[in-house]
Design a protein around this ligand. Structure first.
Ligand SMILES: NC(=O)C1=CN([C@@H]2O[C@H](COP(=O)(O)OP(=O)(O)OC[C@H]3O[C@@H](n4cnc5c(N)ncnc54)[C@H](OP(=O)(O)O)[C@@H]3O)[C@@H](O)[C@H]2O)C=CC1
Ligand SMILES: O=C(O)CCC(=O)C(=O)O
Length: 433
């Protein structure tokens, strides 16, 4: 059902530059390789629904501001739309499209009963107070109306959103339902605080999954992670937890970059101390002691074994990829490597663990939260991490098999798994008899 107030639902338009162009190029390359049915290709090239809401919020000083919120629902052949909400000035329709499309491939690749969605608000959250952010989130939820729902479209955290914001969404969504069904709708979002139906371990699920993938890569290549050096771009949810888990393997974090600073220490940066510092410093690493400050453009050229991009898209580009010396890039972020940069890096023998697999621990964790809510169960942390690791191992194996079958790189192999699964689903249903 479409909320008639402040709502435009549009069909997808012409591809434009940026992440959206990248995702379509990746899709077309893989679709050619697997000889995807032409009709299914047309379906998957398009997004099902693109929702833009303009909603007013009264700020603390009494003035009114109108915000732009997006939710793109790419495809729901495998189940309800699923994917995060981002609060960032770069959120626009193209970014939401690209990120929603990646979610479809990701869910299909790791065998989840979900389609792909993504969205957010075009906003710099640092400019607003906590109570303003709460009102903005609640009005956004209200404006989305029944376009989201536990069996329709299930948002989750992404850049600059977190468990608290998910709790506000769940609370607002439930409060506009009849009292008799309120509590059974908490799984309209995942990534909630544990006290509000959240999953123990969803906070670390993405970073845990990134490191699980690095371990699978290391095992395949007989690499000992102990003593290996790594650098991380973005020290938020994904960047911190990936650093935490990789340090547990004996690897050494030697540089971190966020929007505030680029920090370096070849003797090692302690992820826990850095996280404690960032927590006291609006989430930012700037001002951390025991590190030298580098120019931002020098980050990817740092001598190291592993790079974990865990910030925004299009960070590793044709301009900076020549400087990269690492053996492997584990894509914690969505779309961090441009297509041209990837080509160059692969030609130099650098491995890229593709985002749709590498960061999928998050949505797998979300799936278990959703299932836990549906079944009124509670799982322990060890059980949750084991279940996530298990799905990742299977998906990693499937990616290797398809890469081998078609003699293609890992990203195309991962896409081949996802597209084959979607094609099978459409054909089984008789859409294309
Ligand atoms: N959260 C999740 O479960 C999942 C997230 N992802 C992806 O992982 C990435 C990170 O998400 P998440 O950790 O949740 O987000 P957070 O908001 O928790 O952290 C984002 C980090 O990126 C940094 N950053 C922002 N802009 C820049 C920049 N221009 N240069 C360097 N660093 C920058 C931020 O720094 P600052 O604080 O200074 O702005 C912050 O450290 C995104 O691409 C997201 O889509 C993928 C799967 C699941
Ligand atoms: O947990 C989820 O539902 C989605 C997380 C996400 O946004 C992503 O994987 O990019």
């Amino acid at each position: 059902m479409i909320n008639p107030i402040n709502m435009e639902v549009m069909k997808s338009a012409v591809p434009k530059k940026g992440m959206y162009e990248n995702v379509l190029r990746q899709f077309n390359e893989a679709a050619d390789i697997v000889k995807l049915d032409a009709g299914i290709r047309k379906i998957l090239m398009n997004t099902n629904n693109e929702i833009l809401v303009n909603f007013p919020v009264k700020l603390d000083d009494g003035t009114v501001e109108v915000f732009k919120g997006y939710r793109v629902q790419h495809n729901n052949a495998l189940g309800p739309y699923k994917g995060g909400l981002r609060y960032h000035p770069t959120v626009d329709i193209d970014a939401a499209r690209a990120l929603a499309i990646w979610m479809t491939w990701k869910s299909a690749l790791v065998g989840l009963p979900y389609g792909g969605g993504k969205g957010g608000i075009q906003i710099d959250p640092n400019q607003y107070s906590n109570s303003e952010l709460e009102r903005i989130t609640r009005r956004f939820t209200y404006a989305l109306g029944d376009n989201i729902g536990p069996d329709i479209d299930i948002p989750a955290p992404d850049v600059n959103t977190n468990a608290k914001i998910m709790a506000w969404i769940a609370d607002t969504y439930c409060s506009i339902k009849s009292p008799t069904v309120r509590q059974i709708n908490m799984h309209v979002v995942t990534g909630k605080p544990v006290g509000s139906g959240g999953l123990v371990g969803r906070d670390r699920a993405t970073g845990f999954g990134v490191v699980k993938n690095i371990k699978l890569w290391a095992a395949l290549n007989k690499v000992d992670l102990k003593g290996k050096t790594f650098i991380v771009q973005g020290f938020g949810n994904v960047g911190y937890w990936a650093s935490h888990f990789l340090a547990l393997e004996g690897a050494k974090l030697i540089a971190v970059q966020d929007a505030s600073a680029t920090l370096y220490n070849k003797e090692g940066l302690d992820p826990e101390a850095l996280n404690a510092h960032a927590t006291q410093n609006k989430g930012q690493v700037q001002g951390f002691e025991n590190a030298s400050v580098l120019e931002a453009q020098d980050f990817f050229g740092i001598e190291c074994d592993i790079i974990i991009p865990a910030a925004l898209g299009n960070q590793i580009t044709i301009e900076n990829c020549h400087e990269i010396k690492a053996q492997v890039i584990a894509e914690g972020a969505n779309g961090p490597t441009t297509i041209d940069a990837e080509r160059e890096l692969l030609s130099r023998g650098i491995t890229i663990i593709p985002d749709i697999l590498c960061n999928s621990g998050g949505v797998i964790g979300s799936y278990y939260e959703w299932l836990q809510n549906k079944r009124s169960e509670n799982w322990k942390l060890d059980t949750v991490l084991e279940m996530i690791a298990d799905k990742l191992e299977t998906a990693f194996q499937h990616m290797l098999e398809k890469s081998e079958e078609y003699k293609v790189n890992w990203r195309v192999g991962a896409y081949a798994v996802a597209l084959t699964k979607l094609e099978q689903t459409y054909k089984e249903r008789g859409v294309f008899p």
